[in-house]
Ligand binder design. Structure first.
Ligand SMILES: Cc1cc2nc3c(=O)[nH]c(=O)nc-3n(C[C@H](O)[C@H](O)[C@H](O)COP(=O)(O)OP(=O)(O)OC[C@H]3O[C@@H](n4cnc5c(N)ncnc54)[C@H](O)[C@@H]3O)c2cc1C
Length: 362
């Protein structure tokens, strides 16, 4: 059966994209090799780039994406169903890190009216008990937070309600490319024809690149999460240098760290586990918590830190939306808008150049 659009990948980016296209009346089929929910995880912060290390084009689109969220929640009929503002405190862990935060401060204060610099004794009013090495930070009181699994569940239901079809447990083996056009995807034992194909395969996009395309360097990150019980969660997410202490969905505390993965194994190593436990330096009282769960996941990220968004020169019918790394949830509605704009030939309101998926071919 011919479908208007095949979306490959049922992570949050793929689901947001499929739901957006179905909302516009397109006939959408989403295909994912995993079971529902396998990829609907993360901390769920809808937040700007806070660390000063992000590449400038990314910083701008993340800001754009954050500002799209309130309207997106309304358009997707989710405004009443998802929890809202939870706040984030990005803390300076060293003098160098402080300089970085001071660099991003003017931008944050300009674009987020409730974001402000906090230092010295004032920090304790935001979060009591912070590590002694923390001297300053940026507090963004109104940063949204959603529960990723709940968001995925709602989007999945919404996609079905709007007539979308979903095939879980079905790996896409290759794109069906004939001539200069993608005609669908190859599944085990069949071809699923589609007028267009959207690749939203997270960390594993490279396996489906068109034949002959230069592979873009992936810098996949491994996120390790340790959930602690028996200690009170902080009131806001505390973001340090590649490590976080956050209130967990279950009412417990989560320590999270991000490290370069360098391979496609999600399993946490002893070194990444130690680094994750060290995140308790941010809020020492949580170090007394009992370890309730440990999980590790691969995060899709590109070596240049920029996601891949856009079509492929010389190949019609393919749109790519992957590699969003640390900002995937935040960028989801914007990436869905970009896919929609490209499929309907509507102007994208920012320069897609730095994000082109075929930029490795230049
Ligand atoms: C611990 C952690 C915390 C995070 N916190 C935040 C946060 O606070 N804010 C934020 O904005 N972002 C956050 N992120 C990042 C965000 O969660 C991810 O960027 C986002 O979920 C990625 O979604 P995705 O849909 O692009 O990819 P994925 O979630 O990786 O989904 C890709 C899907 O594609 C499927 N797939 C892959 N290959 C194939 C194939 N060949 N055939 C069929 N299916 C295939 C996979 O099975 C998978 O379901 C966090 C991530 C982690 C791990």
């Amino acid at each position: 059966m011919l479908t208007d659009v095949v979306v490959v990948g049922g992570g949050l980016v793929g689901l947001m994209t499929a739901e957006r296209l179905a909302r516009e009346g397109l006939d959408v089929t989403l295909v994912d090799r995993s079971e529902p929910g396998a990829a609907w995880s993360g901390i769920g912060l809808v937040a700007p780039a806070l660390d000063g290390a992000a590449a400038p084009p990314l910083v701008d689109v993340v800001d754009d994406a954050v500002h799209r969220w309130p309207d997106w929640l309304v358009d997707a009929d989710l405004a009443d169903q998802l929890p809202r503002a939870a706040g984030v405190l990005a803390v300076a862990e060293s003098p160098f890190h402080r300089q970085e935060l001071e660099r991003v401060r003017p931008r944050l204060e300009r674009r987020y009216p409730t974001a402000r610099w906090v230092a010295g004794g004032e920090l304790a009013h935001v979060v009591p008990g912070l590590g002694r090495h923390i001297e300053a930070g940026i507090w963004h009181r109104d940063a949204l937070r959603v529960v990723p699994h709940r968001l995925g569940t709602l989007l999945f239901a919404s996609l079905l309600r709007r007539g979308g079809r979903v095939r879980w447990g079905t790996p896409v083996l290759a794109l069906d490319v004939r001539g200069e056009r993608v005609h669908g995807v190859r599944l085990p034992g069949e071809i699923l024809p589609g007028g267009a194909v959207v690749l939203a395969t997270g960390a594993e996009a490279a396996g489906l690149w068109p034949d002959g395309a230069a592979p873009l360097p992936l810098a996949t990150q491994r996120w390790t999460e340790v959930v602690l019980e028996g200690v009170p969660p902080p009131s806001v997410a505390i973001v340090g240098r590649g490590r976080l202490v956050v209130p967990h969905d279950s009412g417990r505390v989560a320590l999270v760290s991000a490290t370069e993965a360098g391979d496609y194994r999600a399993a946490a190593s002893a070194a990444t586990l130690r680094r994750t436990l060290d995140a308790a330096d941010l809020l020492p009282e949580v170090a007394d918590g009992r370890v309730a769960a440990v999980t590790a996941r691969l995060g899709p990220a590109m070596a240049d830190g920029l996601p891949l968004m856009g079509g492929w020169a010389g190949l019609d019918g393919l749109v790519v939306a992957v590699g969003a790394g640390w900002h995937g949830l935040t960028l989801g509605p914007l990436m869905a808008d970009v896919v929609y704009a490209l499929l309907f030939d509507v102007a994208v309101p920012f320069n897609l150049g730095p994000f082109r998926p075929d930029r490795g071919e230049a």
